[in-house]
Design a protein around this ligand. Structure first.
Ligand SMILES: Cc1ncc(COP(=O)(O)O)c(C=O)c1O
Length: 358
């Protein structure tokens, strides 16, 4: 006997990346920041008062939203705090898409999107990315043709790290008739010289919803904290109708606030990751891998053609040596590995193991 809805019976659910118990594993498979969170965050945690736990938390994380709003040059009413960026994705689905209405994204992309669609019983429109991982010119037109209500653009793109520029995003927002969710889970690692800033889109387009996460940029994947930024007409229904009353807990709110208030410490880790990203790319190319020019805290490395066993073989061999990277056994990603940028010594161990294998 099963009590599941019919569409839930049919789906398999999301498969998270492996989380090994051992702390000695070199873990380059789920894009965590290799550096610890700021000392200000840890101090806030140590000094947490029992009273904070006795009471319900502020329902809309008002203090956090105030600080985030100031940081982005928007109003607090333009921000919703969520239990990880993932909760924002789920809220967007619940709020803007009826069952049987479509969602869309460019493929390949974050594998949670189709799972959320399946849960909602929503068809998925998958539009292949160009060879260089850029969005097809007519992406928005294709979405409109299929009457898509909610579309996702992950920027920088996962798993390639490709960055779509703001002018292209503006064109998409202008043309697309539904809600355009720009998933910036990895945006903190973008080279500042590129002057990427999508906030300007919010002044011109009321259909844009930007996702931010503290998981990667602020080394807080374990905390589960993210937020959405958008026009009031996008934020308010999620804030007042579809989210749980107390969706972010009291401890998270305090720690997230401490993290934003000490952005400079996080920014040091972003600089370190960028430096290592370039070093890793240079060495991987030397070994014979084809690497994308990533703007995220990971890179996509395509395994040399002449290597027996290919990407799967390398993934498994590394794993036997306690080095975890991500292998996707699907579509155009089959010949590649997604490697999170580790600390210099971790990357050295990886490079040494790869040199031995190749
Ligand atoms: C593309 C993308 N978006 C959103 C998220 C959600 O991150 P979190 O829920 O940890 O904030 C992730 C996490 O891996 C991701 O890869």
């Amino acid at each position: 006997m099963t009590y599941e809805r019919e569409n839930i019976q049919k789906i398999t659910g999301y498969t998270p990346g492996e989380q090994p118990d051992s702390l000695t594993v070199i873990k380059l498979n789920t894009n965590e920041n290799p550096y610890p969170p700021s000392e200000a965050v840890m101090r806030t945690l140590r000094n947490m008062k029992a009273e904070v736990l006795r009471r319900y938390p502020p329902p809309n994380a008002q203090e956090f939203c105030g600080v985030a709003a100031q940081m982005h040059g928007v109003k607090p009413e333009n921000i919703i705090a969520t239990n990880g960026g993932d909760e924002l994705l789920r809220l967007a689905m619940t709020t803007f898409v009826d069952p049987l209405q479509s969602i869309g994204y460019a493929e390949p992309s974050y594998s949670l999107y189709p799972v959320l669609a399946e849960i909602n019983n929503s068809p998925v429109v998958r539009i292949p990315l160009n060879e260089n991982w850029s969005l097809p010119q007519d992406f928005a037109e294709q979405l409109n043709k299929e009457d898509v209500k909610l579309a996702f653009i992950v920027n920088p793109h996962a798993p390639s790290g490709y960055l779509t520029d703001v002018a292209t995003l503006a064109r998409m927002a202008e043309t697309f008739k539904g809600v355009l969710l720009i998933d910036e889970a990895y945006v903190d690692f973008v080279d500042p010289d590129l002057h990427y800033n999508s906030m300007q889109l919010l002044e011109r387009y009321d259909n844009v919803l930007i996702l931010r996460s503290l998981s990667k940029g602020y080394s807080l994947a374990g905390l589960r904290y993210g937020y959405g930024i958008g026009n009031k007409s996008i934020i308010e229904p999620m804030l007042t109708k579809t989210k749980d009353s107390y969706n972010v807990d009291a401890i998270s709110q305090h720690l997230a606030l401490a993290a934003l208030n000490d952005r400079e410490t996080a920014a040091k880790t972003w600089r370190a990751v960028r430096t290592e990203r370039q070093r890793l790319i240079n060495h991987l190319k030397e070994i014979g891998f084809v690497c994308t020019d990533s703007q995220a805290n990971f890179l996509l490395a395509t395994v040399p053609d002449n290597l027996r066993g290919g990407a799967k073989f390398i993934y498994e061999s590394l794993k036997r040596n306690d080095i975890f990277v991500r292998y996707f056994d699907a579509g155009r990603l089959r010949g590649s590995l997604r490697i999170s940028i580790g600390k210099p010594d971790e990357n050295d161990v990886l490079l040494k193991a790869l040199r031995k294998l190749v």
